[in-house]
Design a protein around this ligand. Structure first.
Ligand SMILES: [Zn+2]
Length: 100
């Protein structure tokens, strides 16, 4: 897949999320695409293109709690697992439900 095809293969919803229209993977349903002969998580590709070069230890945090979303405005790059956990906890209550 061409990177420009990947970056435009979404449908915007009423929350401003760019919902990936291609394949998804894993229990949470992250968008996945084939690029340069390898499989990538689409939100990581988007972060790399729009935000900064990704390092292997970087973890993506979705501020919208939507794993299929590839809107760079809804994506933050965390430097560590604990940073990501902190952001996740700030957005979810103890049962794992998103705070409204
Ligand atoms: Zn979103």
């Amino acid at each position: 897949m061409d990177i420009n095809v990947i970056l435009t293969n979404y449908e915007e919803d009423e929350n401003g999320c760019w919902n990936w229209k291609g394949n998804t993977t894993g229990s949470r349903g992250y968008g996945q695409a084939r690029f340069n002969g390898k499989h990538y998580y689409v939100h990581r590709l988007v972060a790399e293109v729009y935000i900064k070069e990704m390092q292997p230890h970087n973890i993506i945090h979705h501020t919208c709690n939507n794993p299929r979303c590839i809107n760079p405005d809804h994506i933050e790059i965390c430097e560590s697992q604990s940073e990501h956990l902190g952001r996740y906890k700030a957005q979810h209550n103890k049962s794992g439900r998103p705070k409204v």
